[in-house]
Design a binder for this molecule. Structure first.
Ligand code: FAD
Ligand code: DHB
Length: 390
């Protein structure tokens, strides 16, 4: 089989790239290790920046987010037993974020890909990018026990943090990493969100908490937990009790509880691999970088990488210009590091670290107080939260 761009991974990066390239008349094939159902079953991000929503529209899949997304004009910080609204919309000259789940984004992209008759090979085993240093790259894989080779002009490594793309250039990559001493326990439940107008980020003596939503009838909540906790340690009742104990009394009293439909623990990590291009192999999304989820940047960064990468391929195939390809890594990394900084900062501000002494605790409290009382500091939070311009 032959194509112009071989895409490894059918997560949001791979699917969005495929759709943008298809719109520009560039042929592509996606190779995905898992089944489509498995990919859709992973409950992850939920908050989209304006840039990401615009990109979904550009890819022809904006109907879902436009019809079912919930626009948020503000966020709330809860600490010291009180709520502090941050008017993100007002502080950024009218920008907003939209609650629309990664599962839904992925679903919309999969449907569009199916409708366009584009090839996605699910349950492709032993996928291996090859010969990307030369002019004729290939990707080998196995399907139903048979070996295959996909010939292509370029390979897009959209295969996440544990994928084969970055692993195949291990000796050429510089890695920057920070691992945090806690995880997030997330629960999805079909109950109305406690705060349908704002995402709530809490810092209490018992640790971080987050109240988010997928729709007016489906909520997503998180609490900071020790890294060695297991999902089995957390009954639904224990989760709801813990969440309530970390919020202010009014909000806690309004939480509607119900059976969880998904419960998982994710470790928190900051990670960047440099560069993001190796000859004709390009890394995008989680394959190249990870942020701790506190700033809701992971999926949005994946989308901006894909925007730059699709533009680079379009310039190559349509305008015969290497400019976008040559600058891809540098342009992406500039934005990536700003999101890394913001995600690290918000994580440091909103969590309780196991070994924090009295001094660091007092400094955290002072920073929170400064943040909600200084327009300049609130503005810096707001403009990063809605997403920096491309
Ligand atoms: P992925 O979504 O990881 O997709 C990569 C795809 O490649 C997968 O489908 C995988 O099966 C496939 N693949 C892997 N290896 C191979 C291979 N060898 N061959 C073929 N295919 C392969 N972000 C937020 O903003 N907010 C959150 O709350 C949040 N929660 C998260 C929770 C978890 C547990 C994780 C892991 C991430 C979370 N993120 C969150 C981050 C966000 O979900 C990611 O940034 C986003 O999924 C990145 O998309 P991607 O397509 O680059 O990678
Ligand atoms: C969600 C996840 C986040 O990391 C975040 O900062 C806000 C919301 C969510 O899953 O809805």
């Amino acid at each position: 089989m032959k194509t112009q761009v071989a895409i490894i991974g059918a997560g949001p990066s791979g699917l969005l790239l495929g759709q943008l390239l298809h719109k520009a008349g560039i042929d592509n094939v996606i190779l995905e290790r898992q089944s489509g159902e498995y990919v859709l079953g992973r409950i992850r991000a939920g908050i989209l920046e304006q840039v990401t929503v615009d990109l979904l529209r550009e890819a022809g899949v904006g109907a879902g987010v436009d019809g079912h997304g919930t626009v948020h004009h503000s966020i709330e910080l809860v600490f010291g037993g009180a709520r502090h609204p941050i008017d993100v919309h007002g502080l950024t000259g009218g920008k907003v974020v939209t609650a629309y789940g990664q599962t839904e984004v992925t679903h919309d992209l999969m449907e569009a890909r199916k409708a366009a008759g584009l090839v996605t090979i699910y349950q492709a085993a032993n996928v291996q990018p090859l010969d990307f240093d030369g002019s004729k790259p290939r990707v080998s894989y196995e399907k139903d026990g048979q070996s295959h080779v996909l010939e292509c002009d370029f390979i897009a490594g959209c295969d996440g943090f544990h994928g084969v793309s970055r692993a195949s250039v291990k000796d050429k990559v510089t890695e920057y990493e920070k691992v945090y001493p806690f995880g997030w326990l997330g629960v999805l439940a079909d109950v109305p969100p406690v705060s349908p107008h704002a995402i709530v980020y809490g810092n209490s003596e018992r640790g971080f908490s987050l109240c988010s939503m997928r729709s007016l009838t489906r909520s997503r909540y998180y609490v900071q937990c020790p890294l060695d906790d297991k999902v089995e340690d957390w009954s639904d009742q224990r989760f709801w009790d813990e969440l309530r104990s970390r919020l202010d009394p009014e909000l806690a009293g309004r939480i509607v509880t119900g059976p969880s439909i998904e419960k998982s623990i994710a470790p928190l990590r900051s990670f960047v691999a440099e560069p993001m291009r190796f000859g004709r192999l390009f890394l995008a999304g989680d394959a190249a970088h990870i942020v701790p989820p506190t700033g809701a940047k992971g999926l949005n960064l994946a989308a901006s990488d894909v925007k730059y990468l699709s533009r680079a391929f379009i310039e190559h195939f349509k305008d015969k210009s290497p400019a976008g390809i040559d600058s891809y890594s540098q342009v992406c990394l500039k934005r990536v590091w700003k999101a890394e900084r913001f995600s690290w900062w918000l994580t440091s501000l909103m969590h309780r670290f196991p070994d924090t002494g009295g001094f660091d605790q007092k400094v955290q409290e002072a920073e929170l107080d400064y943040l909600v009382h200084s327009r300049a500091a609130s503005t810096a939070l707001a403009e990063n939260y809605v997403g920096l311009p491309l």
